[in-house]
Each structure stands twice: as structure tokens, then as C-alpha cells.
Design a protein around this ligand. Sequence first.
Ligand code: G3P
Length: 218
Amino acid sequence: MKFFIDTANLSEIKEAHELGVLDGVTTNPSLMAKEGISGKDNVFKHYKAICDIVDGDVSAEVIATDLAGMIREGEELVTIDDKIVVKIPMIKDGIKAIKYFSDRGIRTNCTLVFSAGQALLAAKAGATYVSPFIGRLDDISQDGLELIEQIRLIYDNYAYETQILAASVRHTMHLIKCAEIGANVMTGPLSVMLALLNHPLTDSGLAKFLADHKKVNG
Ligand code: G3P
């Protein structure tokens, strides 16, 4: 399972990269705004800075919502670095843009996916990644993990190569369940990755090992 970090914060990206388990980064306009990044030049410089830290794919989202605008933005975004994947919203022109990019070998991440039908459309258009937002479905009392299961089944039925990128991952159980179901990628905050480290028996066990070592070694 690939681990992507869902942030535009460079120090968090560095910390996750230094842990040695980071496979990529996802961003979105809200995450860029949270870092105070504005203006095309700054946005492009920031994406480049992210690409320079990580080894894997970096999703950069288009702002346009019409086909011509999405194509124009996507074609510019991919000039930043080979790691850039064009992130496109699940709307009618978005599907057309995904098909356009897919036909030209440009990788895409179809975002804001909340149903199996949307995920099927994204796969048929040739998206590299599909991003179902599981946390936001949970927020409205729908089971986000159930959607991941549905998409896994559909993609396996027809051997679609589109990778399921479980997004809006909020806690470790989301992550573990996504791994059990067979999501190809999870994207979440650094805190979720770090929380995987935690177990009280690890802490107490290590304390005991060190105490016993000290008894005989001083
Ligand atoms: O990758 C999508 C993600 O940014 C949404 O997460 O926590 O805002 O629902 P969240």
C-alpha cells in the first residue's frame, strides 16, 4: 500500500519523507491556501519545492472547471516536474479532461469522488488515480469504507488499472481497513502515519528492556 501525505506543508512533507515510508503527496486548493500560497508563480514554486523533497507522485489540482481551462492548467502543471499528477474534479468536463490527458499519457487523479458510479466513470476515462473521500462520507453518516469496498470490487471485475487512492483518511482505523480492502494508496495527514507507531505494550516493553539492561550495565 502506498502512503501519500495530504498536505502542502513542507516541513510535514520533509518529516514524512525522512521516516522513509512516503510514496507521494496530495494537495488541494484548500491545503495550498492553508499554507498561504497564492499567485501562479508562488503556487508553481511551491509544487516544485514539494517535488524536490519527495520521490513519488505529487497531485496538483486545477482550478478551472471548464474543459479548455482544465487542459490549459494541466498542461502547464506537468511542466513543473515529472512527478506532477494533474488532479481534476469529478464533473462532466473533468471526465473529458481526464480522457484527454489519458490519451496523451499525462497522469491524472480524479478528485471529489463520493460514489461507485463516479469511480467507474473515472476509470473508464483512464484516470491514473481515483480519490474517494471516505472521511467526508463518514461526516454525513455514510460509510466511506463501504465505498472503497465497492470500488475495489468493480475495478477488479473489469481489471481497471486506475488506482484507488483513499482520501480524507482521518484515523488509523481508516488506514488499516483500507489496507485490508485493498486500496492501492491512502492519503492522510502526518499525524495518522505517526499514530501507526503507537502501542502501549511497545512503550512498556521498551522501558522494561532498558531498565533490565541498566541493572547489569549501570
Ligand atoms: O485528499 C482529500 C482531502 O484533502 C480531504 O480531506 O480531511 O478535508 O476531508 P478532508
